[in-house]
Design a protein around this ligand. Structure first.
Ligand code: TYD
Length: 138
């Protein structure tokens, strides 16, 4: 499985009278091996998270509960993905600036990552991100 653009992946779901169940298998539903899982919760109204890019790391973000928006910026164009169902995951390839905002009350964002936590993989400065994109332009 190879995906090169950010996109919503619809995950399997089993719906029955007892409730719903969804799951993810690495390399089958997402194009990377899961090295790390983290989650973001209790976000105060109006706060934003993220606001950085990764050089190598790929991610899948799921709104396990509630809703929020993820803004993806490739240095030229921005797109907004609204996550509000626990069976949708947003796949984000490396090399994109991303920000999370408009968190609803009690929202829970689950992030599956292709790498261990590596501070050197982060680009926190937007101008540095633009230079990085210029350097890696194909
Ligand atoms: P930060 O990158 O600021 O979160 P966000 O991407 O939502 O803006 O992370 C907050 C703190 O958590 C920061 O000090 C780094 C730490 N952290 C880890 O130690 N391990 C991790 O896997 C993550 C994602 C963050």
């Amino acid at each position: 499985m190879h995906l090169s653009a950010p996109q919503i992946i619809e995950l399997p779901k089993f719906l029955d009278s007892r409730g719903n169940l969804s799951f993810i298998e690495e390399t089958k539903h997402i194009p990377f091996k899961i090295e790390r899982v983290y989650w973001i919760y209790d976000v105060p109204g109006g706060e934003t998270r993220g606001g950085h890019a990764f050089k190598i790391q790929q991610e899948l973000i799921i709104a396990l509960s509630g809703s929020f928006d993820v803004i993806i910026n490739d240095g030229e164009n921005k797109s907004t993905f609204s996550l509000n169902r626990s069976y949708y995951g947003l796949f984000i390839p490396c090399g994109l600036w991303r920000q999370m905002q408009n968190f609803s009350t009690n929202s829970l964002a689950l992030v599956l990552s292709s790498t261990n936590y590596t501070p050197e993989d982060y680009i926190y400065d937007y101008q540095e991100f633009i230079s990085f994109k210029q350097k890696h332009k194909r």
